[in-house]
Design a protein around this ligand. Structure first.
Ligand SMILES: Nc1nc2c(c(=O)[nH]1)N[C@@H](CN(C=O)c1ccc(C(=O)N[C@@H](CCC(=O)O)C(=O)O)cc1)CN2
Length: 283
């Protein structure tokens, strides 16, 4: 029988005694720490911590109630979740389906710790694939009323009880209002090694520049295009003979791997926004 695990995440202004207070709280209750990571950002004075533990007697609700005074004492932002409850995710896609297909395959084969609860798109291309996986597919053409289209996206995310929106090559720039509504819970895969080659057609930009490495970047979505806090990146070597089409094909695999890692880490509560950057407690 798998033993349940709870995940505590917290961030606060740094000071002496935070780790002792957290581990002491858990030890007193017979909670068994399985994994613990913390980071003190000496530049900002901020502290970040993630603890995965096998609970003793108390259930999630009781531990949540009992931890609140500790959190208050340190002015923490914190979450306490049950690792057995997968994060609910909506995926957005446009015309390139390799990242969507990869996420759906990993989910269906049990190698992506999420519950995918819907797909939205401004095109019809991936309705069949989504419905084959038994998922609701929402075709939301941008059209003239962008605000209404974006409100539909928000409604679908809310109605599905989704905690995360994944832009899996969704090629529409989200408005500042939508970015604000989804702050810290909308991840995009950009098909370049940011900060190089922002915007549309990054492989053509890379080819024209004659780079020797191409890559992909998963980042939180902010109003400034491709400027959001970076979560994960990866690269592949190319050379003078690499055609742009080959770059696109090579890039697809890198994009899929980078996005799957970022979604996995988000689902495992390993990612903390830290100003314009992130703290990621990788396994
Ligand atoms: N507010 C944000 N929205 C989006 C971001 C982001 O970082 N902030 N990332 C993009 C994805 N993306 C690159 O990764 C990207 C998407 C779209 C464009 C673009 O120029 N789109 C054109 C329309 C293109 C089309 O319809 O095919 C446009 O919107 O005018 C550039 C980069 C997702 N959204």
């Amino acid at each position: 029988m798998t033993t349940s695990q709870h995940i505590l995440t917290l961030s606060c202004e740094d000071r002496v005694g935070i780790v002792a207070a957290v581990s002491g709280f858990l030890a007193e209750r017979g909670d068994f720490i399985v994994e613990s990571q913390q980071f003190a950002d000496l530049d900002t004075g901020h502290f970040f911590m993630r603890v995965a533990f096998q609970p003793g007697e108390a259930d999630l609700g009781t531990t949540t109630r009992d931890f609140a005074p500790v959190a208050k004492r340190f002015g923490m932002r914190w979450t306490l979740t049950d690792a057995a409850q997968p994060m609910r995710v909506v995926i957005a896609v446009s015309r390139f389906g390799h990242c969507l297909n990869d996420l759906l395959h990993r989910w269906r084969t049990g190698t992506l710790p999420v519950e995918i609860v819907g797909v939205v798109s401004n095109h019809e291309d991936f309705r069949a694939l989504s419905e084959w996986h038994g998922l609701a597919f929402h075709h939301l053409p941008v059209g003239s009323d962008r605000a209404a289209q974006e409100q539909r996206i928000l409604d679908i995310v809310a109605d599905a009880g989704a905690e995360l929106l994944v832009l899996a090559r969704y090629m529409q720039v989200l408005s500042p209002e939508l970015c604000a509504a989804l702050a810290g819970r909308c991840i995009n895969i950009h098909h370049s090694f940011l900060p190089s080659f922002r915007g549309a057609k990054p492989y053509h930009q890379a080819h024209a520049r004659g780079v020797k490495l191409i890559g992909a970047t998963a980042h939180f979505v902010t109003p400034d295009l491709d400027e959001g806090p970076i979560i994960e990146q990866a690269i592949e070597r190319v050379d003078h003979a690499t055609a742009v089409e080959t770059m696109v094909n090579t890039g697809r695999d890198v994009e899929s791997i980078v996005l799957a890692r970022a979604v996995t880490w988000a689902a495992e509560r390993r990612i903390f926004p830290n100003g314009g950057k992130t703290v990621v407690f990788r396994r």
